[in-house]
Design a protein around this ligand. Structure first.
Ligand SMILES: [Zn+2]
Ligand SMILES: [Zn+2]
Length: 131
């Protein structure tokens, strides 16, 4: 079992399996909300175990389509934990259980600040990998 939580521990969740993929998004939005390191989880292997009522949502403004979830008590950025998709990204920094996983890609590298140096060999995409 892999566990995760926000900074104040109000919101807690668990994963029954290791996430399938890890990626880093360097877009300004992910950076500003502090959720650049993402793991992708499948909805049937992910469960919010505490504090669902503490999760607040920042609604995406067009052209963006993905809402941002955060803990309304401590402000921790959680990723898309309320998503209804089959697979969605959550903030890897919220994971309390450590496990082996390798970052597979960097996206929106064109929006990365110069002071941030990429130190792994994962694939780099200037924008979204599908663009
Ligand atoms: Zn919190
Ligand atoms: Zn992003």
């Amino acid at each position: 079992m892999i566990e995760g939580s926000c900074c104040c521990n109000s919101v807690q969740f668990e994963l029954t399996e290791k996430p399938s993929m890890m990626g880093m998004c360097h877009c300004s939005r992910c950076r500003k909300v502090g959720a650049s390191s993402l793991v992708f989880v499948e909805s049937d292997k992910f469960k919010i175990t505490a504090g669902r009522d503490k999760i607040a949502t920042f609604k995406a403004q067009p052209p963006y389509e993905y809402d941002r979830c955060f803990c309304s008590v401590c402000g921790t950025s959680l990723g898309e934990v309320l998503s209804e998709m089959d697979s969605f990204p959550i903030n890897a920094n919220c994971l309390d259980t450590d496990f082996e996983i390798e970052n597979q890609f960097h996206e929106f590298v064109s929006e990365k600040p110069h002071w941030l140096k990429i130190g792994d060999r994962a694939k780099q995409f200037p924008k979204h990998p599908h663009e």
